[in-house]
Design a protein around this ligand. Structure first.
Ligand code: SAH
Ligand code: SF4
Ligand code: F3S
Length: 436
């Protein structure tokens, strides 16, 4: 039996895809290697969102040459968004790569591996308008047996000016709701206690009569002890109806990831985000009205085309106003083929992008710490996930707001819900004690 090893980069959707890839290839008779050094095929599932994501992958691919010299039969393939973006060009540039496979072509992988084993190269990069892999039961790879991803839709056609995803993932399509509920139920029966529904823009989920709020209602109905999370919401589509459904189900987690990208209306327009700062703040207010204990997190880009100091200051001001619990913060990276690549200048010098990014990071760090200090004395129901990285004597878990709590182990077990009182904190972690 030949063995495959999958390495995954990028967003949660890529991690979910790797579990589909593992399912397709184990069904075709391949075993899963525990280590890259024991594999016959290494599959690198890649991200193309920013240039540094691609550089990391190229570095890794080149590093694998040494392993290939020791194991002459070892073949390396590049999958996912970077494969879709670069297609066969990637094999020309990285000559130790034998195959490239885009995100909608994973069902072809078994044939591709046979072809590669015969000494040929293979490239499958066709995008689909219908593929959702709905019938494939993923092989849980990252498995703690407690928390799992469920991909509910694929693709994106929002065409934000900076973003490569519409080109690497194709048109938006939603997966049949029955298959989603079935997957959630199966996971719960297997002992899982948390599912995260995934899509580039989950609020535009739509399959027949089922929109995202209806789907959430169905999945939350599987069992009150199954926590339901979702990512990512686009601010333009965040409806009051969804907030109502969330409020009606305690097991839908009180955490909304709402990427803002910029606090300047001029930037938002140039980015083609289709909302204004006022609209965004109205959605934040709606979240706080329906779900007073909901945490809000975001993504932001520093140094997009023509961003002035005034635009940047507007972003800082928005951060002060919303007071996010967490933010993913990025420097703008120009991506070939996007609207911005064709029509907008990448005119903010690298050092200035870094300076602005660091300013946002410093501000957000202060806000997160202040938010966490307000948690002292609060008690939460925590889904225990496992041992803390620091000490075997401590466990960690998350509350509904997705904040990590670390506490002395006591008699708590992973996979169970326990009450924990917060006694201390850092900007990233709450530290507490079990409440008996
Ligand atoms: N679909 C999600 C985001 C997916 S990409 C959404 O629309 O919210 C994750 C994040 O990467 C984006 O929110 C954005 O902040 C960032 N990003 C995307 N393209 C980028 C680029 N070219 N340069 C820098 N950051 C980028
Ligand atoms: Fe990219 Fe915009 Fe689609 Fe998000 S919504 S994936 S940022 S194009
Ligand atoms: Fe990256 Fe593709 Fe996800 S570009 S962020 S892996 S959809």
């Amino acid at each position: 039996m030949e063995h495959i090893y999958i390495e995954t980069y990028g967003c949660q959707m890529n991690f979910a895809d790797s579990e589909v890839i593992a399912a397709i290839l184990t069904k075709a008779g391949y075993g899963m290697a525990n280590d890259a050094a024991e594999a016959d095929f290494i599959l690198i599932n890649t991200c193309a969102i920013r240039d540094n994501a691609e550089q990391r992958v190229r570095h890794r691919v080149r590093e694998l040459r040494a392993l290939q010299n020791r194991r002459p039969g070892l073949r390396v393939g590049v999958l996912g968004c970077m494969a879709e973006r670069l297609q066969s060009r990637l094999m020309a540039e990285e000559d130790n790569v034998s195959f490239v496979c885009g995100p909608d072509a994973y069902r072809r992988l078994p044939e591709m591996l046979v072809q590669v084993r015969r000494g040929q190269t293979a490239a499958e990069v066709e995008l689909s308008t219908t593929e959702t892999y709905a019938d494939i039961e993923p092989v849980r790879l990252a498995g703690n047996g407690i928390s799992a991803y469920i991909s509910i839709m694929r693709g994106c056609q929002n065409y934000c000016a900076y973003c490569v995803v519409p080109y690497t993932r194709g048109r938006e399509r939603s997966r049949n709701p029955e298959t989603i509920v079935h997957e959630a139920r199966t996971l719960f029966e297997q002992g899982y206690r948390e599912v995260t529904l995934l899509g580039q823009n989950v609020n535009s989920y739509s399959c027949g009569d089922t929109g995202f709020p209806e789907l959430m209602d169905m999945v939350a109905g599987v069992d009150p002890k199954l926590r339901v999370r979702f990512a990512t919401s686009h601010p333009k589509d965040l409806s009051d109806r969804l907030l109502e459904v969330m409020a009606a189900h305690e097991n839908i987690c009180r955490c909304i990831h709402l990427p803002v990208q910029s606090g300047s209306n001029r930037m938002l327009k140039l980015m083609n985000r289709k909302y204004t700062v006022e609209w965004y703040l109205d959605r934040v207010a709606a979240i706080r009205r329906y779900l007073p204990d909901c945490s809000i997190t975001t993504d932001v880009i520093a140094g997009f085309s023509t961003e002035t100091l005034e635009d940047h200051e507007a972003t800082l001001e928005l951060f002060r106003q919303v007071r996010y619990d967490y933010a993913y913060m990025f420097k703008y990276s120009l991506r070939e083929g996007t609207y911005a690549w064709k029509h907008l200048a990448d005119d903010i010098p690298e050092e200035e992008k870094t300076r602005r990014l660091n300013e946002i990071i410093a501000l957000q760090g202060e806000i997160a710490l202040q938010n966490n200090r307000k948690e002292l004395g609060n008690e939460y129901e925590v889904l225990v996930e496992g041992e803390s990285h620091r000490s075997k004597e401590q466990l960690f878990g998350r509350n509904s707001q997705n904040k990590v709590l670390v506490f002395d182990r006591g008699d708590a077990e992973p996979g169970t819900y326990r009450r924990v009182r917060v006694e201390n904190c850092t900007a990233a972690t709450l530290i507490g004690q079990l409440v008996q």
